[in-house]
Design a protein around this ligand. Structure first.
Ligand code: TRP
Length: 351
């Protein structure tokens, strides 16, 4: 069976929160645990069929540390920040036996490849990307070259592994399009064989912000619950979600109440949410009870993750080995691709 290559990355600009977990990491887990029976026959005239459980995907998951330093950041705490994301990944259930887990900068081939790719990309094309324009608005005093370069490096991340599928949110689609263009251009110009990578839509869910506006985000204070929050912290954060009198003609579709109901659906199921909706238009919702039960439900999901995390925190050597091993496995593939590209571009001699 021809396995599909998958690559995905998360930036290290903060700890993982519920939004990343349900939106991205759960999708990564879904792919990791996607086991299929593969049937094959044993040769030598014997048509005995054997079945083997294998994953149909070859997975590369990385912490995109190089993509995190194009905005103001703290170099002193950065090593720790990157490591925390690895711990969060592992605690959430990513298994280094089943996927290659690594840190982007540990595979320097990405950077070298991205420079080679940049020769096929126009500056005008990069200037027009919505993600770039957004960053320019956010940090007008810090419009650096790395921001402009962002999609080229991301293309290198993906194409270094000749990845077919990229599990990312729709906000990353313009970047994926750049990677596809680069793949095409490299193939046409230099006769290479890059696949055109496609978005892989996982079952990830959109998690609402606790402020009642938009989605849960690291960059919005008071909007998120961290994977490491204890039950008291979750309770406090939910207590701060703005509500109303609990009763009305129509269940609100925006704001704090809507956010709470979406969280109820995510953690307690659709039926529970419907129950509250019926209460809202009839006798009224008691938010104290709702928030208490929701706190319990969220904590129940996070508790095993936190337990695994504290185990991992005790074993520094194990995490170091996982990171080292991941880089080694990733480099084997990425250096092969880089070699092919350099050869095709006339940068090295054919022996
Ligand atoms: N740009 C992605 C984000 O902000 C992170 C990322 C970097 C990535 N390199 C990648 C995602 C390669 C998928 C593939 O979420």
């Amino acid at each position: 069976m021809n396995k599909k290559r998958v690559l995905s990355g998360i930036r290290a600009n903060g700890r993982l929160h519920l939004g990343n977990y349900l939106g991205a990491v759960k999708g990564m887990l879904e792919l990791q645990n996607n086991l299929e029976y593969e049937t094959f026959s044993i040769p030598r005239g014997n048509d005995l069929l054997r079945q083997l459980k294998t994953n149909q995907y070859d997975l590369f998951y990385m912490v995109a540390d190089l993509h995190s330093i194009n905005v103001p950041y703290n170099p002193k705490g950065f090593q720790q920040a990157v490591r925390e994301v690895v711990l969060d990944y592992l605690a959430a259930g990513l298994d280094p036996q089943k996927c290659t887990l690594f840190i982007q900068s540990h595979v320097p081939e990405h950077v070298e490849l991205s420079y080679l790719f940049s020769t096929t990309v126009t500056v005008a094309r990069m200037l027009h990307l919505p993600t770039y324009k957004e960053k320019v608005k956010q940090h007008p005093e810090n419009v650096n070259m790395a921001l402009l370069y962002y999609p080229v490096l991301m293309a290198a991340d993906i194409l270094a592994y000749k990845s077919n599928l990229v599990p990312v949110g729709d906000d990353q689609l313009p970047h994926l399009e750049v990677a596809r263009e680069i793949a095409r251009k490299m193939n046409d110009t230099y006769g290479l064989d890059f696949p055109e990578p496609e978005q892989f839509k996982t079952k990830g869910s959109r998690v609402p912000s606790l402020t009642g506006e938009g989605k849960m985000s690291k960059s919005v204070e008071g909007s998120y619950i961290n994977l490491t929050d204890d039950i008291k912290t979750i309770k406090k954060k939910l207590a701060a979600v703005p509500t109303d009198s609990g009763q009305g003609e129509k269940v609100p579709e925006t704001g704090g109440v809507a956010a709470l109901l979406q969280l109820v659906e995510l953690f307690q199921g659709f039926a529970k949410k419907e129950e509250y909706e019926r209460q809202y238009v009839a006798s009224g919702v008691q938010y104290r009870v709702l928030k208490e039960e929701l706190t319990e439900a969220i904590y129940k999901e996070l508790e095993p993750i936190q337990e695994r995390r504290s185990e991992l925190e005790k074993d520094k050597g194990k995490v170091d080995r996982i990171i080292e091993e991941g880089a080694k496995k990733a480099r084997e593939v990425a250096s092969q691709t880089l070699q092919e590209v350099k050869l095709a571009m006339g940068l090295i001699m054919i022996h």
